[in-house]
Write a protein that binds this ligand. Structure first.
Ligand SMILES: Cc1cc2nc3c(=O)[nH]c(=O)nc-3n(C[C@H](O)[C@H](O)[C@H](O)COP(=O)(O)OP(=O)(O)OC[C@H]3O[C@@H](n4cnc5c(N)ncnc54)[C@H](O)[C@@H]3O)c2cc1C
Length: 196
């Protein structure tokens, strides 16, 4: 209900966001598929009531809560999604790893969608999108820059995690997500680079 406040701030918040929050809302984005679509740079095609069509890059589709946490997307009133297009993926191995409390039917505590191009222990390029951290799929250009032409290992993974976690704020029960991002990212990069 808009304006009713956020009982997770100061309440039970194990599943809640550590990035991009506002004083009105610390909910996380619930979908796994959208995290993968974000790393693949999907395009959302829409048609409005008057027949006008537009294409919304997935990066601009979801919103952070700000002062209007009940508005999740930048869809306009009456606008209808007709298709989602995935452009050809960049080279590299695609991995999705999800950490959750139960084996099924559980939202991500932390998830990572990655496309990693690596050879001989060196990362040529990597794209990363995170779930479970914010109100929208979380992708940080600086994290991907930190991995370009870097050796696979804890140092490069740590530098990327630093960029992802810039401004992260735990609220008590969800503090564990911050170190968990570091471990999950290091594992995903090693797996995608063929080292695990
Ligand atoms: C307990 C539980 C656990 C879950 N765990 C997970 C999980 O781990 N991973 C995961 O990926 N999902 C999970 N889900 C499902 C996920 O939360 C929802 O599928 C997702 O958030 C979509 O929400 P919805 O079902 O309310 O969407 P919908 O009811 O389909 O739609 C939401 C809104 O979109 C509008 N809408 C629908 N179609 C269109 C269209 N074509 N164009 C424009 N607007 C449209 C509707 O009018 C509505 O306002 C879980 C759900 C539950 C209940």
């Amino acid at each position: 209900m808009p304006g009713s406040g956020c009982s997770a701030i100061g309440g039970f918040n194990r599943n809640h966001a550590v990035l991009g929050t506002s004083e009105h809302c610390i909910a996380t984005h619930p979908s796994d598929m959208a995290i993968a679509m974000r790393v693949l740079d999907a395009q959302v095609e829409t048609v409005a009531g008057d027949g006008r069509r537009r294409v919304i890059p997935i990066a601009e589709f979801h919103r952070l809560p700000g002062e209007t946490p009940h508005v999740d997307t930048n869809l306009r009133h009456g606008e209808f999604i007709t298709a989602v297009t995935l452009p050809p993926p960049p080279p590299g191995r695609q991995v999705y790893r999800k950490v959750r409390d139960r084996a099924s039917y559980a939202f991500a505590l932390v998830s990572v969608a990655a496309i990693v191009d690596a050879a001989d222990g060196v990362l040529r390029s990597a794209r990363l999108a995170f779930g479970g951290l914010a109100h929208k799929p979380w992708r940080v250009e600086g994290a991907e820059d930190a991995l370009r032409d870097a050796p696979v290992g804890n140092d490069s993974a740590g530098a990327a995690a630093d960029a992802v976690l810039q401004g992260a704020q735990g609220r008590g029960h969800n503090d564990f997500k911050i170190p968990l991002v570091r471990r999950v990212l290091a594992g995903v990069l090693a797996e995608a680079a063929g080292q695990r």
